[in-house]
Design a protein around this ligand. Structure first.
Ligand code: C2G
Length: 131
């Protein structure tokens, strides 16, 4: 039976660290579904307005070869509903989230992948604005 993988992220100022986690997530199954966090969620919960709008971030992620389906992640608290809705067999997150989603092990496999070192949206914004 086809194995569905789900992952979540903001994917703002898309970079190779984002690409690598998406590629590795896709390799764990047959179908990859990605939740891209809403602008409002970022503003409210993470205290930053993304550089690119959710429409732009979704367009970029949806165009990637390993991605089969994209949706807007409206709330951090809805993970269980999203996993169920998309019938995900595996939840994948970068290891900056290690341990944070273990509660979903009752409905799917939970895998944390190591982050790509030395690159982040924050560092890129700082580098560009300091140039
Ligand atoms: N990532 C990575 N290596 C980096 C930077 C990011 O592997 N150098 C991974 C993160 O671990 C995450 C994904 O890329 O799995 C997306 O990262 P962010 O856009 O920073 O996502 P985040 O703000 O952590 O949003 O519900 C969870 C949130 O929506 C996750």
């Amino acid at each position: 039976m086809a194995r569905t993988v789900i992952t979540f992220g903001t994917f703002d100022v898309f970079h190779v660290g984002h690409l690598r986690v998406i590629e590795r997530a896709a390799a764990l199954g047959d179908r990859l579904v990605v939740g891209v966090s809403a602008d409002a969620l970022n503003e409210k919960k993470k205290g930053r307005v993304p550089v690119f709008t959710e429409r732009e971030r979704i367009a970029i992620v949806a165009a990637l070869k390993p991605v089969d389906e994209v949706f807007v992640e409206e709330s951090l608290e809805l993970k269980r509903d999203y996993i169920a809705k998309y019938a995900a067999d595996v939840l994948v997150m970068g290891d900056d989230w290690k341990g944070r989603f273990d509660e979903f092990e009752d409905i799917c496999e939970v895998v944390y992948l190591s982050r790509t070192p030395a690159i982040s949206t924050t560092a890129l914004i700082e580098k560009i604005s300091g140039a």
